[in-house]
Design a protein around this ligand. Structure first.
Ligand SMILES: Cc1cc2nc3c(=O)[nH]c(=O)nc-3n(C[C@H](O)[C@H](O)[C@H](O)COP(=O)(O)OP(=O)(O)OC[C@H]3O[C@@H](n4cnc5c(N)ncnc54)[C@H](O)[C@@H]3O)c2cc1C
Length: 473
């Protein structure tokens, strides 16, 4: 019997380790270890949206596996390694398989599993599945990891060769069922309140979304991807994070739509998938970046610890509509558009002078698609401390960004009812409205909507000065 340890690969389709376990008719059991560091709700790092998404995906996975006579076990544990080894012993497993992950904590756990299993003579095999190219497959000509995206992307594309990727063979039903499956608990069991997911979970929904996006929207991706009120992106990130769709299937869809033959939308979308591999590679080679600046000269920058400033950001009360609406959206739905992630991350780190790590942790809790490598990469990029980061003097202006990417305020009005009657020209800077207009539109600044917590122009100057002093040392 082979034990497949499911982590962020919650699917049957194109699952490399699962296909390997099912190569012949050996009985297979799946297991998901729910680490107490993630749930329950009161003490864990995972928020309600991602937890609900994962549990729903697991539930569908259990059904799909049952059709193949593969029971899925569900264990809540403080120590996944011990739990796995105990289950392997109980079921007399002859080996454990899993798909590799690249986060520092996971890598540590995997090597501990390998060591402890080797001690008792139990083979453990990790497979490449969650990345197209792993940490050492795309290196610079001097054999070092790339730290700038463009040359990495060029090498990545050369190596891909624009040929469709092979997919894992679909597993066939086993003839023996070695044990009974466990029920998959509802999120409420872990103390989460019931939420309606804005996105359908599970691998069926993932493949449907990918197919619809590839057929209908990829062609417009470049022109539509920056507008939060428009569904111009794939919204596949929760699925890629849970592994309910494989990265190979996504790359093949982009190639199918002409990414290699100059079809611009498909090519730009493929580039986004390459960012995902890039950040995995970076986190692998530079694990310190999970907590510290990639760029060492910024490692000891000083940041504000003013709890009131943080609070305005956390509760969406900064007085800048594009920032506030984005925060309210993610709190309510677990989703935030990429353009908004950049705006709110820059606002926190530059305008409010709060350490990016604070925002990174908050996103971990809020996002349905939380993925450590992409999140740390995105935060460090926005803060100006990371690989290939936005240069420190490029600070997004929340008013201009709003006017450019949400010109009629369609997005901000969805989450900020006080702005519903504010004329378009003031909707991203309502404090500039004359007081008579504030009264007639029912948006009195300080009463119906907060005044800006900082003056952007002043905060920007101070942030640039802080970084400039450090970078000229
Ligand atoms: C501060 C900040 C935090 C972020 N945190 C996360 C996170 O926790 N999880 C996450 O998946 N993405 C994160 N991103 C990247 C990006 O915002 C999301 O991947 C994207 O918004 C998901 O929407 P989509 O699926 O419609 O993307 P699409 O535009 O359709 O792109 C397709 C896929 O490419 C990948 N991708 C796109 N942009 C990026 C990027 N900049 N970096 C890495 N991969 C990318 C994602 O897997 C995405 O699903 C973050 C970005 C920033 C600026």
């Amino acid at each position: 019997m082979i034990l497949h340890w499911f982590r962020r690969d919650l699917r049957v389709d194109d699952n490399v380790a699962l296909a390997a376990a099912c190569r012949n008719d050996t009985p297979v059991v799946g297991v998901f270890c729910c680490d107490r560091r993630w749930f329950p709700a009161q003490t864990g790092q995972t928020g309600v949206h991602q937890a609900t998404f994962l549990l729903a995906a697991l539930s569908e996975l259990a059904t799909n596996l049952a059709r193949l006579n593969i029971p899925l076990k569900f264990r809540v544990t403080d120590d996944p390694v011990q739990t796995l080894l105990a289950l392997a012993a109980e079921l007399r497993a002859t080996s454990i398989v899993f798909n590799k992950e690249y986060e520092p904590a996971q890598l540590k756990q995997d090597s501990r599993l390998m060591r402890e299993a080797a001690r008792i003579g139990l083979p453990v095999n990790g497979f490449k599945d969650g990345a197209i190219f792993e940490e050492n497959e795309i290196l610079s000509s001097s054999g070092k990891p790339y730290t700038v995206f463009s040359p990495y992307r060029r090498s990545w594309l050369t190596r891909l060769g624009m040929n469709p990727l092979n997919m894992a063979r679909p597993p066939r039903a086993r003839s023996v069922i070695p044990t009974q499956p466990d029920p998959i608990p509802e999120p409420t069991v872990f103390g989460f309140s019931a939420v309606n997911l804005v996105q359908a979970p599970g691998e069926r929904a993932a493949i449907q979304r990918l197919n619809t996006f590839a057929r209908q929207s990829i062609i417009e991706y470049e022109s539509q991807r920056n507008f939060p009120a428009v569904e111009g992106t794939s919204r596949l990130s929760p699925h890629l994070s849970a592994g309910t769709v494989s990265i190979r299937r996504c790359v093949n869809a982009a190639l199918d739509q002409g990414a290699g033959q100059g079809v611009h939308g498909a090519g730009v979308w493929l580039t986004e998938l390459i960012w995902r591999d890039f950040y995995r590679m970076i986190l692998f080679h530079f694990p310190h970046t999970e907590n510290q600046a990639f760029d060492q000269k910024y490692a000891t920058l000083e940041w504000s610890s003013d709890p009131e400033l943080r609070d305005t950001w956390i509760h969406g009360r900064t007085g800048y509509p594009i920032v506030d609406a984005a925060i309210l959206q993610v709190r309510e739905t677990g989703w935030m558009h990429n353009r908004l992630r950049m705006i709110v991350a820059m606002f926190l780190t530059k305008d409010l002078d709060v350490h990016w790590r604070f925002g990174e942790r908050q996103f971990r809790f809020w996002l349905m698609d939380y993925d450590q490598a992409s999140n740390v990469g995105g935060w460090q990029w926005s803060a100006g401390t990371g690989t290939d980061a936005a240069p420190y003097f490029r600070v997004l202006n929340p008013i201009l960004q709003g006017q450019r990417y949400d010109p009629n305020g369609r997005f901000v009005r969805l989450y900020l009812p006080a702005l519903r009657r504010v004329p378009d020209r003031f909707v991203h800077a309502p404090w500039l409205m004359p007081s008579a207009l504030q009264s007639t539109t029912g948006c009195l600044i300080g009463r119906d909507y907060p005044a800006p917590v900082v003056d952007h122009a002043t905060a920007r100057r101070q942030a640039i000065e802080k970084f400039r002093r450090r970078s000229s040392r």
